[in-house]
Write a protein that binds this ligand. Structure first.
Ligand code: AMP
Length: 196
């Protein structure tokens, strides 16, 4: 099973991806997680990405395309994967297409979590509070002001990615404002139909 989860920051892509990992035994490929790991490890990529991420802007296409291309070649991605947070631009979507063709892989589904953006800032404030309550470090870019920049970047660069897949008849849209379990159920139905 190979799928893309689309949707603005805070739409629930990470939460739903983790559930899919458990249910389907596939890996979650989150470019955000990979970049945060690179920043924490202080790698050259991390050094380049740090300030951009902290400002809520997008890291360059070349960097994320390179990361994903290498990651898809790892043995644990052979069973299938969920792309979470990638592609975020049409250039990334086109590069993904070329990559998959070259690797002889096909996508089973492209799912967009459709959410009311005005509710997202509150969601992110809750996410930050819950993370802090668990004693875990809160993402710097979950600060409400930075989050607004992430939403702007989404609307400027990423909102066009869903129509890219829609035009090709690949896009499935799901109401991401429903309770988490219902969203998971809706995703499962789409996936069952996709592999049937
Ligand atoms: P996320 O965890 O998906 O919300 O990503 C956190 C941050 O990492 C984003 O705000 C961007 O700065 C960067 N990032 C993650 N994925 C990408 C991507 N596909 N293209 C560009 N920047 C990305």
């Amino acid at each position: 099973m190979r799928l893309i989860l689309l949707g603005p920051p805070g739409a629930g892509k990470g939460t739903q991806s983790q559930r899919l990992v458990t249910r389907h035994g596939i890996v979650q490929l989150s470019t955000g997680d990979m970049l945060r790991a690179a920043v924490a490890a202080g790698t050259p990529i991390g050094q380049k990405a740090k300030a951009v991420m902290e400002a809520g802007q997008l890291v360059s296409d070349d960097i994320v395309i390179g990361i994903i291309s290498e990651r898809l070649d790892q043995p644990d991605a052979r069973n299938g994967f969920i792309l979470d947070g990638f592609p975020r631009t049409v250039a990334q979507a086109e590069a993904l297409d070329a990559m998959l063709t070259q690797k002889g892989l096909k996508l089973d589904a492209v799912i967009e979590l459709v959410v009311d953006q005005s509710a997202l800032v509150n969601r992110i404030i809750t996410r930050a509070a819950e993370t802090a309550a668990r004693g875990e470090p809160v993402r710097k870019d979950d600060d409400p002001e930075v989050f607004k920049h992430r939403l702007e970047a989404y609307n400027r660069d990423t909102a066009v990615v869903a129509p890219f897949y829609k035009q090709r008849g690949q896009l499935q849209q799901i109401d991401g404002m429903k309770p988490i379990d219902e969203v998971s159920e809706a995703i499962s139905e789409v996936l069952q139909a996709a592999v049937a």
